[in-house]
Each structure stands twice: as C-alpha cells, then as structure tokens.
Design a protein around this ligand. Structure first.
Ligand code: AMP
Length: 215
C-alpha cells in the first residue's frame, strides 16, 4: 500500500496519516517531520533547509528527493508507506515516479484532504506547543486552549507558537500551496489516482471514510 496525502497545511494530513499507520502498520513519511528533526540536530540538511522553512517557502526539490530516497531504503518500507507532505511540486512528483519505478512498486492512491481556509488558519495560527522538550503538549487557543492563559496544563511551562505558524506565514504557506502544490491534484487526476475527502468534522470520521475505501 503506497499512499500520498495531498492537501494544504492544516487540512489534517498528519493526523490522517497517524490513523492509517495504526490501521495498516505501514510507516508515515512526513518530509516536514524529517526536516524539523534535521534542523533540531543541526545536520547539513537541517542547516540548508532552515531558512526556507522559517519563511514558509519550499525546501529545494533536489534536497527533498535525496531525503525521500534515503528514507525509502529503510526496512520498514517493505510493506508500503504513507507520504504526508510529499510530493509538493511537479518536479517532486516526477522524481517520485522514477523512484517508485526503480523500486518496482506502484502507487495505490492519492488522498486529497481539504478544509476551508478560515478553519485551516485557526488550526495552524492557533496552535501552541509546550516549551518543555520533555512534555511538548499541543494546544489550540481557539479549539482547546489551556486552562491558564499561555501555560501548559500538564507541566505549567509556557506554551509557544512555532515560528512558521504565525498568521502571516500561514497565509503565505497557503499561497505557496496554491501555486506549487495544487497543480498536483490535476497531475494525479489525469492518472486516475485521486480520491477526495473533506475534513471538516472529526479526524475519526475522516479515518472511517478512508478505511471504508481501502480496507
Ligand atoms: P509541513 O510540516 O509538511 O507543513 O512542512 C513544514 C515545512 O517544511 C514546509 O513549509 C516546507 O518549508 C518544508 N517542507 C516539508 N515538506 C516539503 C516538501 N515535500 N518539499 C519542500 N519543502 C517541504
């Protein structure tokens, strides 16, 4: 099973992927998570990617494709995998096609996850994370605020906003999505791969819908 989750930032791809991991036991490959880990560990890749990420821009295609190739060479990818946040450009999609061909495997489906932009903006710009590395609890000032303003319920450390999740950067990331990533929907529609889901109620409902289509 090889899936691509395609949709704007904040549409719920990450949560959908995690539910699919639990359901089918195949790994989630989130290029955003891999990049953030590299930034945190200050690797060469992290140093190259950091400024693009902070500005809400896409990291160059060649770096992303190398990173994905490397990730797919690991043993846990034998039974399949779920791409979350990749591909994001036509160049990445063409690169992925070559990679899959070289592995002699085929894409199962592209799941398009959509949500209205006003909800997306609140989901992302409202997100706060506990500053305590050990805790990292996640809140949303609109949907599930902490009991005490700006303090984590669990460990009482301050809660902070990720630098690429401010209102301004979110608006820009949505523009980048429309320009660079949205054309992929047609790219994959023409190949007959796209299944569309609207994620406006709960992640549980979305998962039930996906499960019904692919179990
Ligand atoms: P995400 O967590 O998927 O929203 O990704 C966070 C940031 O990482 C994005 O705003 C980009 O700067 C970068 N990024 C993640 N995945 C990709 C990708 N496939 N291509 C280019 N940049 C990416």
């Amino acid at each position: 099973m090889i899936f691509i989750l395609l949709g704007p930032p904040g549409s719920g791809k990450g949560t959908a992927a995690k539910n699919m991991v639990r359901e089918w036991g195949i790994p989630q490959i989130s290029t955003g998570d891999i990049l953030r880990m590299n930034v945190k560990e200050n690797t060469d890749l992290g140093k190259k990617a950091e400024s693009f990420m902070n500005e809400g821009d896409l990291v160059p295609d060649n770096l992303i494709l190398e990173m994905v190739k490397d990730r797919l060479s690991r043993d846990d990818c034998q039974k399949g995998f779920i791409f979350d946040g990749f591909p994001r450009t036509i160049t990445q999609a063409n690169g992925l096609e070559e990679i899959l061909e070289s592995l002699d495997v085929k894409l199962t489906a592209v799941l398009e996850i959509t949500a209205p932009y006003d909800i997306i903006k609140k989901r992302i710009a409202g997100r706060r994370t506990c500053s305590n590395e050990q805790c990292q609890a996640i809140y949303n000032i609109y949907f599930f605020p902490p009991k005490e303003e700006n303090k984590c319920d669990k460990c009482h450390n301050s809660i902070i906003q990720r630098s690429d999740e401010t209102e301004e950067i979110v608006t820009y990331r949505l523009e980048v999505y429309e320009e660079k990533t949205l054309p992929l929907i047609n790219y994959y529609k023409n190949k007959g791969f796209v299944k569309s889901y609207s994620n406006i109620s709960t992640s549980k409902k979305l998962h039930e819908d996906i499960k019904r289509d692919f179990s």
